[in-house]
Design a binder for this molecule. Structure first.
Ligand code: DGY
Length: 319
């Protein structure tokens, strides 16, 4: 079986695949271009992809009808046209469950950094501008006893809520497609409409997937409903936030600060005005970036790929 792996991945997964497959691994740090992706994958039985690889009908046409499986090295799979893959009988896999805690840690880190103005503080020290301790200097927002609004109460949303409820005594509001009685019981949490969540929360953390309904769901109208002291955190997908509207909201004081692990595009455009805002903390999409999480993602991605090559159901298949 011939497979193309679109980037170097941890040995935990690569060794499993290369022991049984004829394996072509993209050797460079930067992703293959669209043409390179299609050329290298042409004739393969399986591909292991990253969230930056766009996998759609054109890709499937270029690769050929022998393609059995696309294994995404991510829990999110908005880079893949899953309906088109399913129509062609190509299995699609993802890596859920193993990056939950690592991503929740980054969400809480961003929340804390944005609420307590850490970017401004670090810049101040780095630029040799720290003059003296000031009673009114770098005043941020308290966390204890405040309200966290979780947009999308899946695994990662629940892990963030647990940290903030049990660690900082926050009340928990959330949006979700379904009731979550166990979450309500554990954390005395309340499922609400998005507008209630936006108006009542002190912190809002985004954990929904990116789809046509959630694209740019945070725009002018959403920011107008949030408190001027509120902090927005996004560790899901950049496209969920309208970045022009966010810039305006941060600059005008409509909201207090934001912490982003994801942007649109990635990397953030060189001339994006968000880069220059001291109340916007931006990380280079590192939510799952721990040894254990990335090793586990590689293992699951390999298992999905190998199962698909053998025509078996994938351990983690998406539809
Ligand atoms: C994912 O898995 O979807 C993350 O965004 C990257 O780890």
């Amino acid at each position: 079986m011939k497979v193309f792996i679109t980037r170097q991945i941890p040995a935990a997964g690569l060794d499993r695949i290369s022991s049984v497959c004829d394996c072509d691994v993209w050797p460079e740090r930067m992703p293959p271009s669209r043409d390179q992706l299609q050329q290298r994958a042409a004739g393969c039985d399986g591909v292991l992809t990253l969230l930056s690889d766009r996998i759609d009908a054109e890709f499937f046409d270029a690769v050929g009808p022998q393609l059995k499986v696309v294994s995404n090295f991510a829990v999110g799979y908005n880079n893949i046209d899953v309906a088109e893959a399913t129509r062609r009988g190509i299995a699609v896999g993802n890596t859920p469950g193993v990056l939950t805690e690592a991503t929740a840690d980054i969400a809480v880190g961003l929340l804390l950094a944005a609420a307590r103005r850490m970017r401004e503080g670090i810049d101040n020290v780095t630029n040799q501008e720290w003059a003296t301790w000031e009673p009114m200097g770098f005043i941020g927002q308290d966390l204890v006893g405040k309200t966290i609004g979780i947009v999308g109460m899946g695994r990662i949303g629940a892990a963030v809520a647990r940290r903030l409820h049990f660690g900082w005594g926050m009340s928990v509001l959330y949006t979700s497609r379904s009731d979550k009685p166990e979450i309500d019981d554990q954390m005395n949490a309340r499922r609400v409409e998005l507008s209630t969540l936006l108006t009542e929360s002190d912190f809002v953390s985004v954990h929904t997937d990116l789809n046509p309904q959630t694209e740019k769901m945070f725009g002018d109208a959403a920011f107008a409903q949030m408190k001027p002291t509120s902090v927005l955190v996004n560790t899901a997908r950049g496209g969920i936030i309208d970045q022009e509207a966010l810039h305006q909201a941060l600059q005008s004081g409509t909201i207090f600060a934001a912490g982003l692990d994801v942007t649109e595009p990635e990397p953030l455009a060189a001339d994006s005005p968000l880069r220059g805002l001291s109340n916007c903390v931006i990380l280079p999409h590192v939510g799952s970036g721990t040894v254990a999480s990335r090793d586990a993602m590689a293992t699951i991605a390999a298992d999905n790929l190998l199962a698909g090559l053998q025509g078996n159901p994938l351990p983690h298949q998406v539809e």
